[in-house]
Design a binder for this molecule. Structure first.
Ligand code: PA5
Length: 416
């Protein structure tokens, strides 16, 4: 479970709260937006059946290579990074082929044994240039022509039904999982996009879905008015506080922060119904590390930010700072015998207090412990928060027209 506390005014009227619930309910009920019902989809059954029939263990698959970018990779990366310390995680290596950085590509593939690797090509549209370029390179480098068993046996595709990639999969007889048409890339982590790689890594993806389902149901039972108030406040004051900082107190959140940045950036940075450019710039930082960096800007810089502090109540690791006294450093001894868990959370609380004291609007999220259930819960929390912000900003949360222009220009460059 997660506990969310707002330390700023709840300004939305009962009617506005009600309207927001209704707007999201309408999106779900009309099936125009599909991420809400992913926790109930039967995709997990298809994935489990595929994993059983393929027999990854017997085939000696040690590497799972996810080839995809943006919404096709960030969610999986976020969940794996949050949970990689848990005993569920098996020893398979997870490799992401995202960026077309030639040095990174070489680093990823240098020691990769093709026979021990399973490649999951993920693209909702089916034709993203980074993703197709990676696949072409892998086919060539590992001598796995598309009509060979060597290719067919080591690849699966995840895409929209009817996309060019879907057609390619059919032609080459590669197993293909579909993303529902009404689920956008950045909202797709609970579809096959996340479920296939995460299940292959040993995670209890059923618990992930269960956590997401419970949060969704709690929300639609209208028991989450604090979330509605938070979104209302952010949207209403987005001109005064155009930056939202997610201050996450654990290194495990590094990729979650990236996922949140994409989710907010691509969903909320839009032109609204009146023709005005709106949005809130998402910034993800890590405590306690960024207390020694970004915090100064928060405290004394422009008061143009709202801040969410995330902490984990129980890290399930009782490592303590030993009662060791260092000559001349006696002033640090107050922490001796306390656990690192206590230290990081006390730092979170102290920093939050100092931010609050500056009159900055803060809310706190406390996660009981990092497990698949709670992570699923939190994923749905953030997705619904994004939809609510989009509703209050008056934008289309689910499209991304702004990224198209660069793609057209790129094509023109190569056509010359
Ligand atoms: O959220 C989105 O829609 C985007 O970030 C896409 O996921 C990203 O551009 C990759 O697109 P595709 O999955 O079609 O390859």
């Amino acid at each position: 479970m997660i506990k969310n506390e707002l330390f700023f005014l709840k300004e939305a009227s009962e009617q506005e709260v009600e309207n927001a619930y209704d707007a999201l309910f309408k999106e779900m009920d009309s099936e125009s937006i599909g991420y809400y019902i992913l926790p109930e989809s039967d995709m997990i059954l298809k994935i489990e059946a595929f994993i059983d029939s393929y027999d990854f263990k017997a085939k000696g698959i040690k590497n799972i290579v996810v080839i995809g970018i943006g919404g096709s990779s960030l969610g999986t990366r976020a969940i794996d990074t949050l949970l990689s310390h848990t005993p569920q995680r098996n020893s398979r290596k997870l490799i992401f082929m995202e960026n077309v950085d030639p040095v990174e590509i070489e680093r990823n593939l240098k020691d990769l044994v093709y026979e021990e690797s399973f490649f999951i090509m993920i693209s909702k549209s089916g034709g993203t240039i980074e993703t197709t370029s990676h696949v072409k390179y892998i086919i060539d480098r590992f001598d796995a022509p598309v009509d060979s068993e060597r290719f067919r046996d080591h690849f699966a595709f995840i895409t929209d039904e009817g996309s060019p990639l879907d057609a390619f999969g059919e032609k080459c007889d590669v197993p293909c999982f579909h993303i529902p048409q009404n689920v956008g890339g950045r909202f797709s982590v609970l579809s096959a996009v996340g479920l296939l790689p995460l299940t292959l890594l040993g995670y209890d993806t059923r618990a992930l879905l269960a956590g997401a389902k419970v949060y969704k149901e709690t929300f639609f039972a209208k028991q989450e008015s604090a979330l509605v108030q938070k979104a209302y406040y952010y949207a209403r004051h987005s001109k005064d506080f155009p930056i939202n900082v997610l201050f996450s107190y654990s290194s495990a959140f590094s990729a979650f922060n990236d996922w949140y940045v994409q989710l907010w950036g691509e969903s909320l940075g839009k032109i609204d119904q009146t023709g005005a450019s709106v949005g809130m710039t998402p910034v993800g930082i890590i405590g306690s590390i960024d207390q020694h960096s970004f915090l100064q800007l928060l405290i004394e810089g422009p008061k143009d930010k709202t801040v969410t502090m995330i902490k984990i109540k129980d890290f399930q690791k009782a490592t303590a700072i030993p009662d060791v006294k260092l000559p001349q450093l006696e002033k640090t001894d107050f922490i001796n015998t306390h656990t690192f868990n206590e230290l990081i959370n006390a730092q979170c609380d102290a920093t939050m207090q100092s931010i609050k004291d500056q009159g900055i609007n803060v809310d706190s999220i406390e996660i009981e412990k990092l497990d698949t259930y709670n992570v699923g819960y939190m994923i749905m929390y953030y997705e619904i928060l994004t939809s609510l912000c989009g509703h209050f900003l008056g934008v289309n949360t689910y499209d991304q027209p702004g990224v198209e222009l660069g793609k057209v220009i790129l094509k023109e460059k190569f056509a010359k």
